[in-house]
Design a protein around this ligand. Sequence first.
Ligand code: NAD
Length: 504
Amino acid sequence: MNDESQAAARRNQALATVRGLGPRLGHLIGGVAVEGAGAAHDVLEPATGEVIGQVHDATAAELDAAVAAAKQAFPAWAAMPGDARKAMLHKVADLIVARAGEIATVECLDAGQCWRFMSKAAVRGAENFRFFADQAPAARDGQALPTTDHLNFTTRQPIGPVGVITPWNTPFMLSTWKIAPALAAGCTVVHKPAEWSPYSARLLADIAHEAGLPAGVLNSVNGLGETTGKRLTEHPDIKAIAFVGDTSTGSAIMRQGSETLKRVHFELGGKNPVIVFDDADLDRALDAAIFMIYSLNGQRCTSSSRLLVQRSIYDLFVAQAAARVAKLRVGDPFDPATEVGPLIHPRHRDKVQSYMAIATDEGARIAAGGTAIDGPGHFFRPTLFADARRGMRIAQEEIFGPVLTVIPFDDEADAIRIANDVRYGLAAYLWTGNLDRALRVADALEAGMVWVNSENVRHLPTPFGGVKSSGIGRDGGDWSFDFYMETKNVALARGSHKISRMGV
Ligand code: NAD
C-alpha cells in the first residue's frame, strides 16, 4: 500500500472505532457504559471539518453517580497491596500496546494530530502506566526521623477519589500521564476529557476495565468545562483535581474548588523561549526549534514558541528558519509524510489567524506563512514572525498554533531579560557551546524545566511542571505521588510500654 491508501485505511479504522462507541458518546460510570441524558454536542474532524459524532454533556446526576462510584471503589482499591496494583496496571499497558495503532488513528481523527507523532504517543501512554506501576509497591514508604524521646516515622496514604481534567492537544498521552500515577498511588479517578477530542479517553477507560480494574476505579464522564468540569471541581467527595489546560481555566478551577479546599495540580500554558547564542551548533539548534514549535500542529504546551537569536547570527538564522518553515509538509494527519496537520477547531483557527494582524500592526514581519489554507478542514500555514520585540503581544501571549516569534538579543543579560519577561515559565531551551554560560543562564531562567543543547526529551523519573502562570506542582518520579497521597507522621514515645504498665 502506498502512503495515500495507508492513510485512507487508517482513517477508516478510526471511523469504525468511533462509530463502534455509538452515535453519541456517553460515559463510563462504575464500570457500566451509560448512554447519557444530557445535551449532545458535535465532535468535528479537524482535517475535514465534518461531524464525526456527538458527545453528551453529563447531567448533574450522572456526574454525582460517577463520583459516588469512585468513592465506593476507593477503600478496596487503596487497600489493595501495591504488587497487585502493579500487576493490573502493567496489564493496562499491555492492552494499550496491543491497541496502540488504533488509539493513534483516533487521535489523528478527532484531534487532527499527525500519525508520525501519534503512533509513538500511544506507546508512550503505555510507558507511563509501566513506570508508575513499578513505583506502586513502594509508594506508601516514608522516612524514619527519630529523636531521643520519639521514634517518628512517616507513611503515605492515597488522598481519595480524584478528578482528572485534560485538554485536546494530545489527549491520550496526557490522560495516561495523570491517571497512571493516581491509580498507582491507590486513588480512584473521575476523568473528564476535552469536549473537542473525547474518544481516546473512552478507549482508555474500556482498556482499564478489560485489564481487570474493579468497577468504579476509573470513571470517564464527558461534557463541557463550564458544566461537567465545574461540577467535578466543586464536588465535596473529590479530594484533588489534576488539571492540564489553559491558565485562565486553572484560575477558574482554583475558585471553584476553594469551598471544598481542593488540592490542585496545574499544568498550564507556556510561551517558552529557545535561546540561540552565536557559539551554538546552529544546525542542531535550528532543527530543534523547528521541531518543537511545528510538531503537534503547534498545539504543544512545551513548544518553543519564542525564538531568541543573538544579533550577530540573527539575519542568517532567520533566513534559514524561514526557508525551512516554508517547506514543512502540511496536510492529511493520517499520511506518514505529513509534518503539520490541522488546528483542532474553527474557533481555534480564528484565534490563531487573529494574531497575523496583531503581528503586523505591532511592527513585526511575517517571514513565512501567515494565512489559513482554503478548503475543508482547519488548516493554517506554518508561520514565522520575525523582528519582534519583547513587549509585543506575539511575544507575550500563548498562540498555541504553528506560529514562531523571533526576537533578536544582544548579549547574555539581554537574552535572560527577554526570556523571563513573560507571565509564563514552563520550559526553556538554550543553545550554546559554552558550559559556564549554559549553567549561568539555566540558573537565571524562570522556568520549571530547562533543556540545554536539546529539544524536549522526557525522562519519566524527572520532574515536569512550570512556574509563574504555567502551573503549580510537579509530575514525574515521586513528585506525582506527593500530589496523589497524604503524608502522615506517627510519633512513638520511647519507653511507652512503661506508661501502659502504670496504667494497668
Ligand atoms: P482548556 O483550559 O480550555 O480546557 C482544558 C480542559 O478543562 C477541558 O477538558 C475543558 O472542558 C476543561 N474546562 C474548561 N473550563 C473549565 C472549568 N471552568 N472547570 C473545569 N474544567 C474546565 O484548555 P484547552 O484549550 O483544551 O488546551 C490548551 C491549553 O492547555 C493550552 O494553554 C496549553 O498550553 C495547555 N496545556 C498545558 C500542558 C502542560 O503540561 N503545561 C500540556 C498540554 C496543554
